[in-house]
Design a protein around this ligand. Structure first.
Ligand code: FNR
Length: 347
């Protein structure tokens, strides 16, 4: 019997089913749990005032971005190596996403071929691009994704310095990458970070280059600073994802909820603004939209569903958040996403 609400129940099931090292890889953050807590707390600190007696006018959660329309604004964030969590892998996630009429970002580190994932999804998905050390290698991965028929590119820029937290089991790898990136051997006294990783990290010049290569919408994921959001707009990017990578990269960052209002004030209306990190309920989705986000992404919650019940579990997680969003709209008296934007949160 399921005594817990669905998300904590799936988290419990996932922990019970997954080997300890894979559970740790999924849940870990850069601050031994403090970053995850801070991300959740950022949303929870915002409060909602009930507005009874409102007559809802054709209520719906429809979301339109870049001329694509979905039934709701809850997107699936890119998560690497999904066969680690369930044999269904990314294809299971994609099928669930389509069944729930939403959108998914396929990771550069997907464990199944991007062409197969898009085909099984029976819809154009978005592709999350990681820099591949230089422009030529990055272009090869980009072309593979474009050939698969993806409809937007999400360039993740916040994790140039990050150690892999897991030794991948046999049979699971980043199958869409040509070859593991060869790191130049370090000389004695050289820094792993400065002379190693950072020599292969992208810069704003590379974003400008990428903009030339990508004729479909280009979003930059992993921005937390107003000036960076402005720079992305100045370079012609159609969207940004305000995110601290689920707290996994830099310790002691503010929550995404804390920085979102200033970013909306700076670039709202000039590009689409998505947000992730710590979204755990339909109420959180509502709060993000009320603060001016155009859509949200979830990471760990749908992976709990995937680990617990495969594709069906992912579908249940999306449906649950959507039900909660609808409930929140009904109780606050708003009929659609545009009206949510008019709601003032009680801080
Ligand atoms: C991630 N995330 C991530 N982001 C990305 O751009 N490319 C990737 O390959 C991955 N891989 C990945 C693996 C795992 C196990 C996790 C948990 C996360 C970050 C992800 O897209 C998203 O930003 C966060 O997961 C959002 O935070 P929540 O919803 O997990 O709190």
């Amino acid at each position: 019997m399921q005594a817990l609400p669905l998300l904590p129940y799936f988290a419990q099931q996932a922990q019970a089913k997954l080997p300890a090292n894979i559970w740790h890889y999924l849940q870990s953050d850069a601050g031994n749990g403090t970053q995850l807590q801070a991300n959740d707390a950022g949303w929870q600190a915002l409060k909602l005032i009930p507005r009874p007696l409102q007559a809802l006018q054709t209520p719906n959660t429809q979301c339109t971005l870049f001329a694509e329309q979905w039934a709701h604004p809850i997107m699936l964030a890119p998560v690497a190596y999904q066969k680690l969590f369930h044999a269904d892998g990314e294809i299971g996630t994609a099928v669930a996403c389509n069944a729930q009429q939403g959108q998914m970002m396929v990771s550069s580190l997907a464990s199944q071929p991007v062409g197969d994932i898009v085909k099984q999804a029976q819809q154009a998905l978005w592709f999350q691009l990681y820099w591949q050390g230089d422009r030529a290698r990055t272009a090869v991965l980009l072309q593979k994704a474009l050939a698969a028929g993806v409809s937007a590119i999400v360039f993740t820029v916040d994790a140039p310095v990050k150690q892999a937290l897991i030794d991948l089991p046999a049979g699971i790898s980043a199958v869409n990458l040509a070859q593991p990136l060869a790191m130049q051997a370090l000389q004695p006294g050289q820094s792993q970070v400065f002379d190693g990783w950072m020599t292969q990290a992208p810069t704003w010049d590379d974003v400008a280059w990428l903009r030339q290569q990508v004729k479909i919408p280009l979003l930059i994921k992993g921005l937390m600073h107003v000036d960076d959001a402005k720079q992305a707009v100045a370079l012609g990017c159609e969207g940004i994802v305000v995110s601290n990578h689920g707290g996994r990269v830099l310790d002691s960052t503010p929550s995404a909820a804390a920085v979102l209002p200033d970013i909306v004030a700076a670039v709202g209306g000039q590009c689409k603004i998505l947000v992730d990190s710590g979204i755990r309920s339909g109420q959180d989705v509502f709060k993000a939209l009320a603060m001016g986000a155009d859509a949200v992404c979830i990471g760990r919650p749908y992976i709990w569903g995937l680990a617990a019940e495969g594709a069906m579990g992912v579908a249940k997680v999306i449906r649950t958040l959507r039900d909660e969003l609808e409930m929140t709209m009904a109780l606050t008296g708003v009929s659609n996403l545009a009206e949510i934007r008019q709601v003032e949160l009680y801080a």
